[in-house]
Design a protein around this ligand. Structure first.
Ligand SMILES: Nc1nc2c(ncn2[C@@H]2O[C@H](COP(=O)(O)OP(=O)(O)OP(=O)(O)O)[C@@H](O)[C@H]2O)c(=O)[nH]1
Ligand SMILES: [Mg+2]
Length: 401
C-alpha cells in the first residue's frame, strides 16, 4: 500500500460475477488495462476472490473484485462459491456476465443483488465470438432479466467505455461516505482525542479509526488536540475553555467520563464508526436490547480483523468480561473474525460487531440486513460498552438515529 492510497474499506467495490469461463478475469484486465487476474480457457481458473485497487477515471478510488465462477462444482467448488457469496455482499456495484442461454444461475444471482439493492450492470461477454454479434443472446437475456444487457468483449475491447459510463450512472447516491463526526463538531471547534497507547495499541502508529477521524477533523477546520488517558486531567487544566467534543476509545469511557467538563460532548471512535460503517439506528436498538438479554443468552461477537488475539483484546477479553459481569457466567459467547459470519443467525440473541474500519459500509450493512431479516438485534463495540457501563444516554451520536 502506498502512502497516498485510499483505505480499501473506503473504496467503491465493483464485483464481477458469472459462470466459469464467462470472461470475468479477462474483463477486469481489459477494464484496468493491467494483467491483474489470471486468464485461461480452463473453467475454474479463478478460485479465491482477487482484489485490485485502482483509480477509475470519472469515479475515483475503486477496488475490482474478481470472483470464482458461481457454477463451480464439487467440494472445493462449494467453498469457492461461498467466497463468491461473501464478495457479493461487499459489492457496491455488480457486473453480471451472462455467457449463454443456460442462465438459471445468472438469474438467481441477479435476484440476490436486487434483493440486496445492489446496482447490477448486465453484460454479455465474448461478444466478438457470438453469432450475429450477440444480438439473439442479448434479446434472450433482456426477455429473462427485464433489462437489456450491454455487449462487451475483452478480446477486441468493445463496450468497455459503455461499461464505465454505466458504472458512473449506477454509483449509489449515498456512496459518498457520511462524515465520521457528523453533527458533533464544526469548523473552529476544539476537539480533544483521548487515545490510550496501551498494550493493545500497535507499535509506532495509530489505528485506522483514529487516523481517519483526525484527518476529517483537520479537513473540517476543527482544532484537534490529542492526549493519552493519564494526561487528560492535566490537558483539560491547560485549556482556556472546555473542548466542544471529546473522542476516546470505548474502553477508556470509564476513566474519561468522570473528568469530562459539563460543557463537552463525549463519544468514542467505535460509536462514530457505528454510523460511518453501519446503521446507527439499528445498533442503538441492539444496545438497548443488550440490557434486557436473558442470563443464558447466546451472543455472537464479530470482528473484522483477523490479527492474532492481543492480551486484553477488546473483542475476546474485555467485552466478554463486561458481558459476564452484567449477565452472569451462563452467557454463551461465540467469536468470529474476518469474513466468517454465519448465514443462520436465528440461534443468537444478539450480534455485537467491531467498528469495522477494515470493511466497507456495504458489507456491514449487508450483515445488518441479515440480522434484520432474521429478527436478531445487532449493535457494535462502542455502543455495547457504553450500554454495559451505564452511560449510553451520556454518549453523543454523530447523527440522529
Ligand atoms: N474471444 C474472446 N475470448 C474471451 C473473451 N473474454 C474471455 N475470453 C477467453 O475465455 C476464456 C475464459 O476467460 P476468463 O477471463 O479466464 O474467464 P473467467 O470468467 O475468469 O473464468 P473462471 O476464472 O474460470 O471462472 C479464456 O480463454 C479467455 O481468453 C472475449 O471477450 N472474447
Ligand atoms: Mg477467472
Amino acid at each position: 500500500m502506498s502512502l497516498n492510497d485510499t483505505t480499501r474499506g473506503n473504496r467503491l467495490h465493483i464485483g464481477l460475477f458469472g459462470r466459469r469461463n464467462a470472461g470475468k478475469s479477462s474483463l477486469i484486465n481489459a477494464l484496468t488495462g493491467q494483467a491483474v487476474a489470471t486468464v485461461s480457457s480452463v473453467p475454474g481458473t479463478t478460485t479465491d476472490p482477487v482484489y485490485k485497487a485502482m483509480e477509475l477515471h470519472g469515479i475515483g478510488p475503486v477496488v475490482f473484485i474478481d470472483t470464482a465462477g458461481f457454477d463451480d462444482e464439487g467440494m472445493l467448488g462449494k467453498l469457492r462459491v461461498e467466497k463468491t457469496e461473501q464478495a457479493a455482499r461487499e459489492t457496491d456495484i455488480a457486473l453480471l456476465l451472462f455467457s449463454g442461454l443456460d442462465m438459471a444461475e445468472d438469474l438467481k444471482w441477479l435476484a440476490f443483488f436486487r434483493r440486496q439493492k445492489t446496482p447490477v450492470i448486465l453484460l454479455i461477454s465474448h461478444a466478438d465470438e457470438l453469432a450475429d454479434e450477440g444480438r439473439p443472446l442479448q434479446a434472450a437475456v433482456e426477455q429473462a432479466a427485464g433489462e437489456k444487457p450491454l455487449l462487451v468483449s475483452a478480446g477486441d475491447k468493445k463496450g468497455l467505455e459503455q461499461v464505465r459510463q454505466e458504472l458512473i450512472r449506477a454509483l449509489p447516491e449515498d456512496f459518498e461516505q457520511p462524515s465520521i463526526t457528523g453533527n458533533l463538531c464544526q469548523a473552529g471547534d476544539l476537539v480533544l482525542l483521548v487515545m490510550p497507547q496501551d498494550i493493545q495499541a500497535p507499535k509506532g502508529r495509530l489505528i485506522l479509526p483514529q487516523v481517519q477521524t483526525l484527518r476529517e477533523l483537520l479537513d473540517k477546520g476543527c482544532q484537534a488536540l490529542c492526549c493519552t488517558t493519564d494526561q487528560l486531567a492535566e490537558t483539560l487544566d491547560r485549556l482556556k475553555e472546555p473542548p466542544k467534543l471529546i473522542i476516546t476509545d470505548s474502553q477508556a469511557f470509564q476513566k474519561v467520563y468522570p473528568l469530562k467538563p459539563a460543557a463537552s460532548l463525549l463519544t468514542s471512535f467505535s460509536v462514530l464508526f457505528a454510523a460511518f460503517k453501519g446503521d446507527i439506528g439499528y445498533f442503538l436498538k441492539g444496545a438497548e436490547a443488550l440490557l434486557a438479554i436473558p442470563a443464558s443468552a447466546h451472543i455472537l461477537i464479530a470482528e473484522a480483523c483477523t490479527h492474532k488475539p492481543l492480551q486484553e483484546d477488546i473483542g475476546r477479553v474485555k467485552l466478554p468480561r463486561l458481558l459476564r459481569r452484567k449477565s452472569g457466567d451462563d452467557l454463551k459467547i461465540e467469536i468470529v473474525s474476518g469474513k466468517d459470519f454465519p448465514a443462520d443467525l436465528t440461534g443468537y440473541d444478539l450480534v455485537i460487531h467491531c467498528g469495522a474500519c477494515m470493511f466497507n459500509r456495504k458489507y456491514v450493512l449487508s450483515r445488518v440486513q441479515q440480522c434484520q431479516e432474521q429478527h436478531v438485534p445487532m449493535t457494535n463495540y462502542g455502543l455495547a460498552i457504553a450500554a454495559l457501563l451505564g452511560i449510553l444516554d451520556k454518549v453523543s451520536l454523530p447523527y440522529e438515529p
